[in-house]
Design a protein around this ligand. Sequence first.
Ligand SMILES: Nc1ncnc2c1ncn2[C@@H]1O[C@H](COP(=O)(O)OP(=O)(O)O)[C@@H](O)[C@H]1O
Ligand SMILES: O=C(CO)[C@@H](O)[C@H](O)COP(=O)(O)O
Length: 501
Amino acid sequence: MSDVVLGVDLGTSAVKVSAVDRQGKIIAQEAYDYPLSQPKPGYSEQNPEEWVNGTTVAIVRLILNDGLSADQIKGISFSGQMHGLVLLNAENKVVRPAILWNDTRTTAQTKEIAEVMGQEFIDITRNKALEGFTLPKILWVKENEPELFAQATTFVTPKDYVRYRMTGNLQMEISDAAGTVAMDVAKRTWSKEIQEKFGLAADFFPEIIEATDFAGNVSSAYAEFSGLQADTQVFGGAADNAAGAVGSAILKPNMVMSSIGTSGVVLKYEDNADVDYAGKIHFFNHAIPGKFYSMGVTLAAGYALSWFKKTFASDMDFTDMVESAAKSTVGANGLIFTPYLVGERTPYADGDIRASFIGIDGTHQRYDFVRAVLEGIIYSFKDIFDIYDAAGADFDTVVAIGGGAKSPLWLQIQADIFNKKVVSLKNEQGPGMGAAILAAVGLGWFDSVQEAANTFTEFGKAYLPDPERAAKYAQMHEIYKQVYGQTAELSHQLLDYRREF
Ligand SMILES: Nc1ncnc2c1ncn2[C@@H]1O[C@H](COP(=O)(O)OP(=O)(O)O)[C@@H](O)[C@H]1O
Ligand SMILES: O=C(CO)[C@@H](O)[C@H](O)COP(=O)(O)O
């Protein structure tokens, strides 16, 4: 029986665990869905216990249903939804539900951070303090739930919590630590300035480890719970976008990743920390030791399509619904959708903006709306491309990953709107494969993340832009770009109205 590593992809909608052999072949995969709790406008929470249970169920299924034997599993690593705040007490017990990356309750705290530190904050963290990041969430709990905050002695991000439950060792891996915006990114340490300015004790921040670092063996308690062997080695893992970039072999500055998961991401590999996007897009430490990446984020990408399906097409199969968009036209017969269902991050850092359909006509059919949703999500990615273009970044290939990359029609829409070649992966599980690569490197199967990524990653079909469609989309994108400015004030008033009740 061949040796395998497990790549645990802890997403927002589900955890997916892939067993991958030394050649990079996926032997088996199991997934487990969990719910999202949105108790108030702008709130988004999950119970960390769901992540631990879901991961364990998927591992148990790999062993019981897929015939994997525990002694085959040599190493485990992770890809995790970023920025979520898991507060822990002195016994490392969870103090309150995790506050997730797409929770935007923290507008006041982001303003406070900007007022207290101004440009110094961007110089240190290389990012603006946006609602989704972890530091504003810590300050929100400190200010709004002081009795809970008093119990908290430390914190971690989602996949670091699951890894802690597997090994009993508490650490934070560097690409996720960067996403807290409490790190000095260039120096690769927690920022003392931030700790002092916001009254947070140095020992509140856990030890930082690299993505390929050994984090511990599976503990005997977790071995009993999961069926794994207690000597199985566990490695740091990475933020899902860093892991996705590794799993899709985005290893050179001429390539970008486009990911449609619950969120949407356009990510670029950066060789060093010299490049300066002035906080317009995120800039974090990579899973590749010593390297960096930049990215822009659409908060609701796959989420917007899933919301549309649940609300207006619950009678249809998901793939059939997506394919029905082929009955519409380029530009959805003149219908535009902006995907700001839970606020937006890039290019508009606005937690209170909400989505719109613009141009609804009596002749529009449901398939026009589906097409408008598919296109609107990609127009929002194009906004991120425009920031890269303005900064002079040069790239020619886009690698598409995530659940959204399952659809050939949507991949072609990406190629036409970006006006660039879009390449899919043989298996769209970029982050899960990235996690497996990090375990394989940690185990010493490969000398570097780059070598493992080149071995494990297999590109699939390439989608080329059609000049005529690209020109029409360029015209539609010009209209799309005006929607934010012309609807922001209305959106804000409507959200205020909702908050009254
Ligand atoms: N057949 C499909 N075609 C296009 N998009 C799909 C399809 N199935 C799922 N999706 C999209 O993929 C998203 C989930 O992607 P995934 O990468 O699994 O997300 P996450 O890692 O955030 O849990 C869903 O929100 C959905 O919109
Ligand atoms: O907040 C971000 C990136 O900054 C998100 O990309 C999360 O990391 C969640 O990812 P998915 O669940 O969509 O993969």
